[in-house]
Design a protein around this ligand. Structure first.
Ligand SMILES: C[S@@+](CC[C@H](N)C(=O)[O-])C[C@H]1O[C@@H](n2cnc3c(N)ncnc32)[C@H](O)[C@@H]1O
Length: 189
């Protein structure tokens, strides 16, 4: 996808932290740019399930327009959470929680929810729907683009993607961010 090569400062700081921690499991820049673009449409509280070393959080932060928005992100691995905290120590708009994402259940509803915890069984629509405000957006990362229905993951029906794309509580779409990667965007009705 076309994109200018320059990255926001906060994202560069996150990459520095990742390099020092030897961490590579972060969202790709294409997804990051989408997160920033969506964050720029939001007020209120956004959340991320699975901080890693803070790259996705940094992309979200880069899109925030004003002091009206906040970002909560939860990472259950204390080393990773500590590393991500470094990026945002002086940022009152971002809280990195060293915790299972279930901690975030009590802190919503969210205007945007980035689900990136690598635990598909925990991010089904029923578990998530009530955490999102009306008009709130859910972003699910890391799908292999699929042009058929039902969507496949390898040789099996991808029931998570199928569920998100058909649930009546959301208007949803799968969007390719690169030739080998897609995300699902779902807006709460
Ligand atoms: C793909 S990485 C996150 C990458 C990050 N969102 C980014 O874009 O840079 C997934 C992270 O989710 C964390 N994780 C998995 N299950 C979790 C849970 N139940 N609660 C909190 N974090 C979880 C893992 O430890 C891992 O660091």
């Amino acid at each position: 996808m076309s994109a200018p090569p320059d990255l926001p400062d906060v994202v560069l700081r996150a990459f520095d932290v990742c390099r020092r921690a030897g961490y590579v499991s972060f969202c790709r820049n294409e997804t990051g740019r989408l997160l920033a673009t969506l964050a720029a449409t939001r007020n209120g509280v956004m959340a991320e399930f699975g901080t890693g070393c803070g790259v996705g959080t940094a992309w979200l932060r880069s899109g925030v327009r004003d002091d009206e928005a906040r970002i909560l992100t939860a990472e259950r691995d204390p080393k990773l959470a500590r590393a991500a905290t470094e990026i945002f120590t002086e940022d009152p708009l971002v809280d990195v929680l060293t915790a299972d994402w279930s901690t975030l259940r009590d802190k919503g509803p969210y205007s945007l929810l980035f689900l990136d915890s690598e635990q598909p069984s925990e991010v089904g629509v029923d578990a998530i729907a009530d955490l999102v405000e009306t008009g709130g957006i859910v972003v699910l990362d890391d799908f292999w683009p699929c042009e058929q229905w039902p969507p496949l993951d390898g040789n099996r029906v991808d029931t998570l993607r199928e569920q998100w794309l058909t649930d009546e509580r959301f208007t949803a779409v799968e969007v390719m961010v690169a030739s080998d990667s897609s995300v699902v965007l779902a807006t709460r009705r």
